[in-house]
Design a protein around this ligand. Structure first.
Ligand code: AP5
Length: 209
């Protein structure tokens, strides 16, 4: 079977990480998440600054840094789900020069819901597992269910930075939607429902072909 090459688009907090993991597991394909790759390399010195300095302000990390990360990962994978890339039109155009794409899934969620999801998100400081204080609480307060390490808040999940990330999304990433919307393989999914129902909608799309 030919493994699919999928782009997962959506505003901050739409559930790209959550659904990206499920898609990756379902097909046995790579989950390429630029946000995680950049957080791991947050202190890397480049002539444009460190990735962390952009992330903490909720700004986009420069294209040259991100494109390189994505190209390396894509070349290693026969199938993948790209989470958090492309995030502006230039990145979308660059992607079209390095890989074909079979499906583009847009997770649509209203801004008020996004703010609630991001401000309540907690992540494991060791294994990176994702939680939410209300929607997906850990079994033991403040501790990861998988490895018992401490749960922390992401540096860019403070309210002021969240608002900037939403502004950056509408300015830079909405044009990516316009780029893909009339292409074969584009689907819009209602991302407001609970994670299981959102996953059911995504799974159906693949089953229906
Ligand atoms: P990145 O890590 O990609 O962050 P993001 O796009 O802002 O998305 P998030 O990870 O915050 O949310 P998500 O959509 O994955 O939702 P999640 O599943 O976690 O990027 C961070 C930064 O890196 C950027 O700001 C930028 O600086 C830089 N960067 C990354 N890519 C870049 C690029 N291509 N170019 C330039 N710079 C780049 O869910 C969120 C919360 O909601 C969780 O707590 C979860 O449990 C909960 N949740 C999920 N789904 C549901 C649901 N259906 N119902 C209720 N709760 C839910």
């Amino acid at each position: 079977m030919k493994l699919p090459k999928i782009v997962l688009l959506g505003p901050p907090g739409a559930g790209k990480g959550t659904q990206g993991s499920l898609i990756s597991e379902y097909f046995g394909i790579a989950h390429i998440t630029t946000g995680n790759a950049l957080r791991i390399n947050r202190d890397l010195e480049t002539e444009l600054g460190t990735p962390g300095s952009f992330i903490d302000r909720g700004e986009l990390v420069p294209d040259s840094i991100v494109n390189e990360i994505v190209e390396v990962e894509i070349k290693k994978a026969s199938g993948f789900v790209l989470d958090g890339y492309p995030r502006n039109r230039k990145q979308a155009e660059y992607l079209s020069t390095i890989s074909e794409i079979d499906k583009i899934i847009y997770l649509d969620v209203a801004s008020e819901e996004l703010i609630k999801r991001l401000s309540g998100r907690r992540v494991c400081s060791s294994c990176g597992e994702n939680y939410h204080i209300e929607f997906r609480p850990p079994k033991k307060n403040g501790k990861c269910d998988l490895c018992s390490s401490e749960l922390v808040q992401r540096s860019d999940d403070q309210e002021e930075t969240i608002l900037n990330r939403l502004r950056v999304f509408s300015e830079h990433t909405e044009p990516v939607l316009e780029y893909y919307i009339n292409r074969e393989g584009f689907v819009r999914i209602e991302g407001r429902d609970n994670p299981e129902d959102v996953w059911e909608s995504i799974r159906k799309i693949f089953e229906e072909g």
